[in-house]
Design a protein around this ligand. Sequence first.
Ligand SMILES: Cc1cc2nc3c(=O)[nH]c(=O)nc-3n(C[C@H](O)[C@H](O)[C@H](O)COP(=O)(O)OP(=O)(O)OC[C@H]3O[C@@H](n4cnc5c(N)ncnc54)[C@H](O)[C@@H]3O)c2cc1C
Length: 306
Amino acid sequence: MRDRRQSTTRGGTAARPRESMIIVGGGLGGLSTGVYARMNGYRTRIFEMHEIPGGCCTAWDKGDFTFDWCVSWLLGNGPGSEMHQIWMELGALQGKEMRHFDVFNVVRGQDGRKVYFYSDPDRLEAHLLDLSPADARVIRDFCQGLRRFIRCLRVYPFLKPVGLMGPVERTRMMSKFIPYFNVIRKSITVLMRDYSQRFTDPLLTDAFNHILYEKHPNFPVLPFYFQLAAHAGRAAGVPEGGSLGLARSIEDRYRRLGGEISYTPGSRRSWWRTTVPWAYGSATAASTARTSWWRRATGTRPCTSC
Ligand SMILES: Cc1cc2nc3c(=O)[nH]c(=O)nc-3n(C[C@H](O)[C@H](O)[C@H](O)COP(=O)(O)OP(=O)(O)OC[C@H]3O[C@@H](n4cnc5c(N)ncnc54)[C@H](O)[C@@H]3O)c2cc1C
């Protein structure tokens, strides 16, 4: 990761190697960038305009209640996938108890009936068949797809982006997906809103659209499989301490590695005013909010999770 390229001055002569980095934003993206940058020897400073780390990954107390804004499921929170290694490198999970649930979500219909989305495909199949025997064919098809996806997830490469793989490595990685080609093809080409129309019971049609809480009309079936499969593999639970605890643990790891962080509440532009001299000649990394697609707002959720 260390960028040893020589930066070039205006006159075209080679300057000293880049060794420092400013990071705008102390959300999970910025904190993680900081940790890996420190592990790779960069001098780093994160500029965060809030007074606490975490960005969207946050929580707050009101009266006797804690409102946890973010982590309903943390992909990779359990061992068994490469993503877990990343959280461990970030110091996010050490010493914490993980909470796993049998049920991913419960959707309650207007008629009072409830659909329990167990992530275990056998339990899910039995429950759905109980609710609507007439939909046996579609139910079996979905659950069979989920079983295959659970196996597929075990070969999914999280550590190395495909773009960084060489031709041999890429071919080797792709060959592991051959047994799952069909389930991936089918689930990526069909939108859940269309797939769910195959049920005759309107409760199931509605419930399947709300597996991921709010309705995602443009999501294909694949992300639903992905979440349920991760949950079934005990890799989508909730870490002790919740969202803010997660952010604070990564901040702690970052500081222990020698990283610096400045909280400058009250000004959107403060990082710029305070950093220009310090950052001269530095690489700049910006953490971007990737959350616009994820608008789960309390009160607009048409279903309840447990
Ligand atoms: C309601 C909700 C629920 C979610 N649930 C889950 C979940 O269950 N599981 C899951 O894996 N993910 C979940 N996510 C997604 C996850 O929270 C985000 O993907 C992740 O936190 C994004 O991190 P980020 O660092 O990219 O961005 P952000 O969290 O947006 O962080 C950006 C940071 O930059 C700071 N900043 C912005 N501009 C400046 C500036 N000019 N100067 C200084 N600082 C600046 C902000 O204050 C903020 O702290 C959820 C998101 C939301 C909103």
